[in-house]
Design a protein around this ligand. Structure first.
Ligand SMILES: CCCCCCCC/C=C\CCCCCCCC(=O)OC[C@H](COP(=O)(O)O[C@@H]1[C@H](O)[C@H](OP(=O)(O)O)[C@@H](O)[C@H](O)[C@H]1O)OC(=O)CCCCCCC/C=C\CCCCCCCC
Ligand SMILES: Nc1ccn([C@@H]2O[C@H](COP(=O)(O)O)[C@@H](O)[C@H]2O)c(=O)n1
Ligand SMILES: [Mg+2]
Ligand SMILES: [Mg+2]
Length: 212
């Protein structure tokens, strides 16, 4: 949902940065890779050290690279299959690191196993959400539906984790992660149902012809 409603705003916001990066010779792929590395560092260094607020700011500074790289590609009239593959694959690395970092801290110094377990559940379900879409598209279906797409997952966990670092009671993060896990599960079901509905409308054979 956020993707559809906020993308225009963030495209306008980050287009000058994208244009400048292209001007100084930076490629979209470089932004994709560096942005992912930044998120991974923020999540797997700052969070396990208990730096939830500063870690969130560090991650947020890099996570918008996922918007910028696409803007750069479109400015170059690129946007091919390789970029699509790289962008989506590294999204999973960033998402996994983010929730893993939260889990590590609350399994260790944060001493709150329920939050850590909830973060692991969110990590796994988030991967299933994305895989369902990828597999559907590989078979000629569409599945970019659901109440907990990537932006929703990132915004919810980053904002509440950041605020937890500023003193927000940890119970809020626990409830947020439980709600996010539920929303992610609902999204998986939504994607399964939308593909099933398409499969009934398009008897087998047509989708596999398109996928071939
Ligand atoms: C003083 C307060 C301190 C507390 C700290 C607060 C700091 C945190 C503040 C904001 C964090 C927001 C960061 C999150 C931004 C997310 C940007 C983003 O990359 O979203 C990704 C999304 C989709 O990307 P792609 O199309 O490239 O990738 C697709 C995706 O991977 C699909 O996955 P799936 O959805 O299926 O699971 C794949 O299937 C697909 O293949 C792949 O292509 O991009 C967008 O959605 C673009 C729009 C971004 C919208 C971000 C809105 C955030 C704006 C503000 C948040 C609120 C801030 C409040 C701060 C104050 C807190 C009190
Ligand atoms: N290194 C890259 C990254 C992205 N792309 C293209 O942009 C699309 C993703 O757009 P976002 O705004 O969601 O980042 C992606 O599917 C590619 O078409 C690219 O070419 N190279
Ligand atoms: Mg991107
Ligand atoms: Mg992406």
């Amino acid at each position: 949902m956020l993707n559809r409603h906020a993308r225009g705003f963030f495209t306008a916001l980050f287009s000058p940065v994208a244009r400048w990066l292209l001007k100084i010779g930076v490629s979209p792929d470089a932004v994709t890779v560096v942005g992912t590395l930044g998120v991974v560092v923020g999540a797997l260094v700052f969070y396990p050290l208990g730096q939830l607020f500063w870690g969130t700011l560090f991650i947020t500074a890099f996570i918008f690279s996922d918007v910028i790289d696409g803007i750069m590609a479109r400015m170059q009239h690129r946007g091919g299959r390789w970029g699509n593959f790289l962008d989506s694959t590294l999204d999973r690395v960033a998402d996994g690191a983010l929730f893993a970092g939260v889990a590590v801290w609350f399994f260790t110094g944060g001493a709150n196993p329920p939050i850590a377990i909830a973060a692991v559940v969110c990590l796994v379900l988030g991967m299933v959400v994305s895989y369902a879409r990828a597999k559907a598209e590989a078979l000629g279906f569409h599945a970019n539906v659901g109440i907990a797409e990537r932006a929703e997952r990132l915004v919810s966990v980053l904002v509440v984790t950041g605020l937890t670092g500023l003193g927000l009671p940890t119970v809020v993060l626990f409830v947020t992660l439980c709600l996010l896990a539920t929303a992610s599960l609902v999204t998986v079901v939504q994607r399964i149902m939308t593909v099933h509905r398409q499969s009934l409308e398009e008897p087998d054979g047509t989708a596999s012809e398109r996928a071939a």
